[in-house]
Design a protein around this ligand. Sequence first.
Ligand SMILES: [Cu+2]
Length: 298
Amino acid sequence: MKRAVFTACGAMVWLAASLHTGHAQTDPTSAADAYVNAPKPWQMWFPAAGSPMQAQIDWLMKYVLWIMAGVVAFVAVLMGYVFVRFRAKANPVPSHLTHNTLIEFIWLFVPTVLLVIIIIPSLNLIWYEGDTSNPYMTVTVTGHQWYWEYNYQSVPGLDYTSYMIPDDKLAPGEIRRLSVDHPMVLPIGEKIKFDITSGDVLHGFYLPSLGVQKYAIPGTIQTSWTLIPKAGTYYGECNQICGVGHDAMPIEIKAVPLADFLAWTKIAQADYTENSFVPPLVSSPAPEQKFADAAVTK
Ligand SMILES: [Cu+2]
């Protein structure tokens, strides 16, 4: 049902946009330039949450951190007290007491309560993360050595590759090691499901600001999802060591209003058949194999 609406809307939006402008369509992903959620040097904590999932992860992390800080502080104070109060000089005759029912009950009961108040929100979050039901659309994400491939299941023929822009080709406004030739473009405010897999070795589909992290495993599909309320550019990286170009497969997501997204699909279907950068793209020079090279030339 939703898929039918999707296609009809796309055609109408595209037609309306073409009639309105009367010339070449402007970049429909430009709405994503208004907000850039990228890592900063020496950043502490998580990035600003770009999805409800990351907001919940951030909340849980801090919730557990406060409980943990309380436990560490309590144990530290208790140990400090024991070191001073019961040191050999101040306490020459040690107690031979071995059991105390009340204390033993407390030190079992209190940690149990702490574990329960941690596990309830943890399980809730795990179920929330696993709920990929009723997406607006699904994108198949395939990791390759060393680029990503995005296949929009609802848009016939829209299957393209995304390469990192090499350092010497960066244009103004692009971010070194994060910007790509063809970003993934997603509509804001819609639930997007990811089917994640790999064409060769293990990769990691990691989007810190959206709270998504799944291994890309050859021969199997892992699922995740996101929902991005705010138009903007969000970044991620492959975070499984996958070979010499591991650092050259960032993920760039442009989240734009639905109408812009639909306009973009038309352009992408026509333009994304060829890559801007020719594989294989190895970002760092291969290490010199001095001993191996010497053996070969002998
Ligand atoms: Cu990888």
